[in-house]
Ligand binder design. Structure first.
Ligand code: AMP
Length: 187
């Protein structure tokens, strides 16, 4: 199973992604996690990305594409994967399709869109800010990340709809309830 999780920041992609990992035994590839690890390790890539991430903007396509290409080439990603936070714009989605072909992997099977309304998103992210203290979970940055999502990432739903791969799942309710909706939508 090769899948893409779409949804605003705070829609539950990370949490549901972990459940999918446990269920299917495939890795989750999160460009946000990889970037935060690079920032924490103080690598050159991390230094380049930090200010952009702190502002809630998208880092350069070539940076995240490099991360994903490297990860998709690893042995554990050959039988499937869950992409969390990538692709984030149409250019990334097109590169992903071409990359899978070049790597000799089958195409994406499903893009699952977790639908959660903006007010609930802001509420969840402010709550996460208190618990985890992420640098980009501040209200003005949160609003910017939602705006960036709506402008750049949400159009990917149409991209995957055109390929017949998109499914929208209600992202509110209990975690197990949401997970059941996702597994139903994967079939
Ligand atoms: P996330 O944890 O997925 O919300 O990502 C945190 C931040 O990392 C985003 O706000 C962006 O600054 C950056 N980021 C993560 N994934 C991507 C991507 N695919 N393209 C561009 N920037 C990204």
């Amino acid at each position: 199973m090769r899948m893409v999780l779409l949804g605003a920041p705070g829609s539950g992609k990370g949490t549901q992604g972990e459940k999918l990992v446990a269920h299917f035994g495939i890795p989750k590839i999160s460009t946000g996690d990889a970037l935060r690890a690079a920032v924490a390790a103080g690598t050159e890539l991390g230094r380049k990305a930090k200010a952009t991430m702190d502002a809630g903007e998208l880092v350069a396509n070539d940076i995240v594409i490099g991360i994903v290409e490297e990860r998709l080439g690893q042995p554990d990603a050959q039988k499937g994967f869950v992409l969390d936070g990538f692709p984030r714009n149409t250019a990334q989605a097109q590169v992903l399709d071409a990359m899978l072909e070049r790597l000799g992997q089958p195409p994406i099977d499903r893009a699952i869109h977790l639908a959660v309304d903006d007010e609930e998103i802001i509420h969840r992210l402010l709550d996460r800010a208190q618990k985890e203290g992420r640098a980009d979970d501040k209200e003005d940055v949160i609003r910017n990340r939602i705006a960036v999502y709506n402008a750049e990432t949400h159009p990917l739903l149409a991209y995957y709809e055109q390929q017949g791969k998109a499914r929208t799942v209600q992202g509110t309710g209990g975690l197990d309830e949401i997970f059941s909706r996702i597994t139903a939508a994967l079939n």
